[in-house]
Design a binder for this molecule. Sequence first.
Ligand SMILES: Cc1cc2nc3c(=O)[nH]c(=O)nc-3n(C[C@H](O)[C@H](O)[C@H](O)COP(=O)(O)OP(=O)(O)OC[C@H]3O[C@@H](n4cnc5c(N)ncnc54)[C@H](O)[C@@H]3O)c2cc1C
Length: 338
Amino acid sequence: MPTAISELTTIRVGGPAREFTVASNADELVSLVRDADRAGTDVLVIGGGSNLVVGDDGFDGRVVRVTGSRLDIDGEIVTVDAGIEWDAVVQATIDAGLSGMEALSGIPGTTGATPIQNVGAYGASTSELLHSLTVYDRESEQTAVWTPEQCGFGTHRSSVFKRSSRYVILDVTFALKKTTESLPVRYAALSERLDVQIGDVVPVSDVRAAVLALRGERGMVLDGEDHDTWSVGSFFLNPVLPEVPEAAAHAPSFPDPAGTKIPAAWLIQNAGFPRGYGTEFGRGTAALSSKHVLAVTNRGGATASDIMALAAHVRDGVQEKFGVTLTPECDLVNCALG
Ligand SMILES: Cc1cc2nc3c(=O)[nH]c(=O)nc-3n(C[C@H](O)[C@H](O)[C@H](O)COP(=O)(O)OP(=O)(O)OC[C@H]3O[C@@H](n4cnc5c(N)ncnc54)[C@H](O)[C@@H]3O)c2cc1C
């Protein structure tokens, strides 16, 4: 058993927990959560810990680490325990001659967490592949199978599960296609890397290889030796603004149903925070990735307070320069940007 939550998170911060437990299947997961709820004990469910920053005081309750073993492929339908590592599922489906998940290669964490922020990358997202999922409702103590429509997916890494601990996801079922051709390529950097046009299809394994290469160059594939990957991935959401402030008028912008989307990375870089920024700030233990300004990273020895201080400093700098407030994409538990 771990002694600190930092051992369970990819950014490697987080203090002790009152109790550490591991659920190896859905029944154990429900029991561990339900028993704690009935005893009035707080619960923190952790999958791969790749989208989570926990404070230095840790968590005064039961941590339930989700693991699992079931990965059933039945024709084009794939059912996976929540605790199975996501990228292993992507690889297994490609090995089984299925198409759909290839652009989501290399994303850390567990399968059960993918619907939570409608995990997406390179033009693909979980919600498009979702067939159904099984949830345990901590309020009613009931388990139910939900359709994608019930999950309330939004365009900005959102769903009914995000920022709510009411539901525990027990398993996820995906509907894929039996073909070795990828989904149409939708993302400019990916089409450039593959040397194809947007909308073209290519072998699924080519997309996986290209995505893994692109992600690796940005420090977005976990590598214990590379501090640029000791992160939560993108720390901030890309802001969607009803009106773009004058100061940000020359930023790249993308139409969005809720307004105009501006890349957070552009705002950070142009507010004076280059890649690698941070070693001169505070204790120097937290810094922006040397490959990607959107990742706040632990250079070794960082505390959650160090991470929060740097992230708040960057947020404030962007606010001052552009009048835009960045908000975290990751979940913060017992810590805040202040
Ligand atoms: C290097 C790197 C690259 C990344 N790249 C991307 C990317 O390209 N796209 C993207 O969308 N994200 C990305 N992320 C973020 C992260 O990998 C995803 O959000 C991932 O789905 C989180 O999974 P996890 O199992 O690690 O969740 P955790 O961090 O363990 O948990 C995240 C939240 O979900 C809750 N939770 C976890 N499992 C369950 C469950 N079974 N039921 C209910 N609640 C649960 C937790 O309580 C917590 O609130 C990246 C992260 C890193 C470190």
